[in-house]
Design a binder for this molecule. Structure first.
Ligand SMILES: *[C@@H]1O[C@H](CO)[C@@H](O)[C@H](O)[C@H]1NC(C)=O
Ligand SMILES: *[C@@H]1O[C@H](CO)[C@@H](O)[C@H](O)[C@H]1NC(C)=O
Ligand SMILES: *[C@@H]1O[C@H](CO)[C@@H](O)[C@H](O)[C@H]1NC(C)=O
Ligand SMILES: *[C@@H]1O[C@H](CO)[C@@H](O)[C@H](O)[C@H]1NC(C)=O
Ligand SMILES: *[C@@H]1O[C@H](CO)[C@@H](O)[C@H](O)[C@H]1NC(C)=O
Ligand SMILES: *[C@@H]1O[C@H](CO)[C@@H](O)[C@H](O)[C@H]1NC(C)=O
Ligand SMILES: *[C@@H]1O[C@H](CO)[C@@H](O)[C@H](O)[C@H]1NC(C)=O
Ligand SMILES: *[C@@H]1O[C@H](CO)[C@@H](O)[C@H](O)[C@H]1NC(C)=O
Ligand SMILES: *[C@@H]1O[C@H](CO)[C@@H](O)[C@H](O)[C@H]1NC(C)=O
Ligand SMILES: *[C@@H]1O[C@H](CO)[C@@H](O)[C@H](O)[C@H]1NC(C)=O
Ligand SMILES: *[C@@H]1O[C@H](CO)[C@@H](O)[C@H](O)[C@H]1NC(C)=O
Ligand SMILES: *[C@@H]1O[C@H](CO)[C@@H](O)[C@H](O)[C@H]1NC(C)=O
Length: 326
C-alpha cells in the first residue's frame, strides 16, 4: 500500500512567517558551490566541498502545502542569487512525490531542481554538463535519475556515470503537462508563483481562515456518506483513489458538494507495479474530475496549487488535469 493512512490531510494553520525560516551554514566558500536546501531526511555526515546548505526544517512526515510554499520561496531566492546550474532539495522519503511534482508545476525555469533523500546523490547531476533544461529531477539511491513529473522512481531519464557526470537517456525536453504551450503554462501562469499569499485566498470562510487548502485523499472503498458530510465543512477539495476496474462507486454523483472532487488511479492494478495508471473522464461519477495519469498524491498537490490560486470550478480544473489534453 502506498499510503500509511486513509486520510492524508494537508493541515490548515499557516504559521507566522515572520520567524526566520532557515539557518545558513557555510560548508565551503568560493565559487562553483552547489546550493542545497534541507527539509528533512537523514543527516549526511562526511565532508563535501562545494556545497552550501540551508536548513529549512527537519521533517519526518509528508510536507504540507504550507511547507511546500515556504520551500518554494527559499528556492526562488536561492536560484536568483546563485550562479549554479540548479539546486538540490533534500527531503524525507514520504515527501519525494509531492515535492518533486510541486516543484515541476511551480517552477518555470531552465535551472535544474534535484529532489533527493541524500544530497550526495544529487551533486553529480548539477556538476554534469547538460543538466539545464530538464526541469525537476529525482535522484535515487540506485544512481538513476528520474523525472519529477511522474511518481518517483517510475520514469528514468539518466544514470550517474561518475563523480561529475550523468549519462542522459534523452535530450533535455519539456514534459507535455508543463510544456510552454500547455494549458497550465499558458492559461494558469499564476501557478508559477512561489509566493505565499499573504491574505486568505480560500473562497469560503473556514474556521481556520487560512490560505492553505485542506485536500484529503480517501479510498473509494473506504468512505461513507456520513464521513463526507462530516468533512465537508472543513475541506476545500477531495481526492478519491479509484478502486480500479471494478467500478462500484458508492456515490453516483458529486454535483451537490461545493468543493472539487478529483478521482485518481493509484496504478497498483498494473502488473508491473509501475505506479502509473490512468483514469478516464467517462469512468467517474458525475460532477467529479478525472486526474488522468496523475497519482493520488500528485492530484492532491495539483488540486492544492489550484485552490491556492482560487481556481476551483470544474470547468477550469478539467483543463488542468491531463485527461482532455489532446
Ligand atoms: C505543516 O507542518 C508543520 C510541521 O509539522 C506544522 O508545524 C504546521 O502547522 C503544518 N501546517 C499546516 C498548514 O498544517
Ligand atoms: C560564509 O562565507 C562567506 C564568504 O566566504 C562569508 O562572507 C560569510 O561570513 C560566511 N558565513 C558564515 C556564517 O560563516
Ligand atoms: C570543489 O572544491 C575543490 C576544493 O575543495 C576544488 O579543488 C574544486 O575545483 C571545486 N570544484 C568545483 C566544481 O568548484
Ligand atoms: C533530523 O532529526 C533526526 C531525529 O529526529 C536526526 O536523527 C537527524 O539527524 C536530523 N537531521 C538533520 C539534517 O538535522
Ligand atoms: C505544443 O507544441 C507541440 C510541438 O512543439 C505540438 O505537437 C503540441 O500539439 C502542442 N500542444 C498544444 C496543447 O498546443
Ligand atoms: C516560462 O518561461 C519562459 C522562458 O523563460 C517564458 O517565456 C514563459 O513566459 C514562462 N511562462 C510562465 C507561465 O511564466
Ligand atoms: C521570485 O522572486 C522574485 C522577487 O524576489 C519575484 O519577482 C518572482 O516572481 C519570484 N518567482 C517565483 C517563481 O515566484
Ligand atoms: C489579497 O491580495 C490581493 C493581491 O495579491 C489584493 O488585491 C487583495 O486586495 C487582497 N485582499 C485582502 C482582503 O487583503
Ligand atoms: C468571512 O470572514 C470575514 C471576516 O473574517 C467576515 O467578515 C465575513 O462575513 C465572512 N464571510 C462569510 C460568508 O462567512
Ligand atoms: C458491485 O457490487 C455488487 C454488490 O456489492 C456486485 O454484485 C457487483 O458485481 C459489483 N460490480 C462490479 C462491477 O464489481
Ligand atoms: C489564476 O489564474 C486563473 C486563470 O487565469 C484565474 O481564473 C484565477 O482567478 C487566478 N487566481 C488569482 C488568485 O488571481
Ligand atoms: C472527456 O474528455 C474528452 C476529451 O478528451 C471530451 O471530449 C469529453 O467530452 C469528456 N467527457 C466527459 C464526460 O467529460
Amino acid at each position: 500500500m502506498k499510503f500509511t493512512s486513509v486520510l492524508a490531510f494537508f493541515l490548515a494553520t499557516l504559521t507566522a512567517s515572520a520567524t526566520p525560516l532557515y539557518k545558513r551554514q557555510n560548508v565551503t566558500s568560493g565559487g562553483g558551490t552547489v546550493p542545497v536546501i534541507i527539509t528533512g531526511g537523514p543527516a549526511v555526515s562526511g565532508s563535501q566541498s562545494n556545497v552550501t546548505t540551508t536548513t529549512l526544517f527537519n521533517s519526518t512526515s509528508t510536507l504540507n502545502i504550507t511547507q511546500l510554499y515556504q520551500i518554494a520561496t527559499q528556492v526562488n531566492q536561492t536560484l536568483q542569487s546563485e550562479s549554479s546550474s540548479g539546486i538540490i532539495i533534500v527531503t524525507n522519503w514520504r515527501s519525494i512525490e509531492t515535492l518533486s511534482f510541486f516543484c515541476s508545476i511551480v517552477f518555470n525555469t531552465s535551472k535544474t531542481i534535484v529532489i533527493t533523500e541524500n544530497f550526495l546523490w544529487g551533486v553529480p547531476i548539477l556538476s554534469s554538463s547538460d543538466a539545464e533544461g530538464r526541469g525537476t529531477l529525482v535522484a535515487g539511491r540506485d544512481k538513476v535519475v528520474y523525472s519529477g513529473v511522474f511518481p518517483p522512481y517510475t520514469v528514468p531519464v539518466g544514470v550517474l556515470s561518475g563523480q561529475k557526470n550523468v549519462q542522459w537517456f534523452f535530450d533535455a525536453c519539456e514534459p507535455t503537462l508543463i510544456a510552454s504551450n500547455s494549458t497550465i503554462r499558458t492559461q494558469y501562469s499564476n501557478f508559477t508563483s512561489a509566493q505565499i499569499s499573504s491574505n486568505a485566498s480560500s473562497g469560503t470562510n473556514t474556521s481556520s481562515s487560512s490560505s492553505s487548502p485542506l485536500v484529503p485523499i480517501i479510498y473509494e472503498e473506504g468512505y461513507s456518506q456520513s464521513l463526507i458530510q462530516s468533512l465537508s465543512s472543513s475541506i476545500q477539495g477531495l481526492v478519491v483513489v479509484s478502486s480500479g476496474t471494478s467500478h462500484n462507486s458508492t456515490v453516483a454523483s458529486w454535483t451537490s458538494v461545493d468543493f472539487p472532487v478529483v478521482y485518481a488511479s493509484d496504478g497498483s492494478s498494473g502488473h508491473d507495479g509501475s505506479g502509473i495508471g490512468f483514469i478516464s473522464n467517462t469512468s467517474i461519477p458525475q460532477g467529479a474530475i478525472s486526474a488522468g495519469y496523475l497519482s493520488p498524491i500528485q492530484a492532491q498537490t495539483l488540486l492544492s496549487i489550484a485552490i491556492h490560486n482560487q481556481v476551483t470550478s470544474s470547468s477550469e480544473l478539467q483543463q488542468i488535469f491531463p485527461v482532455s489534453q489532446q
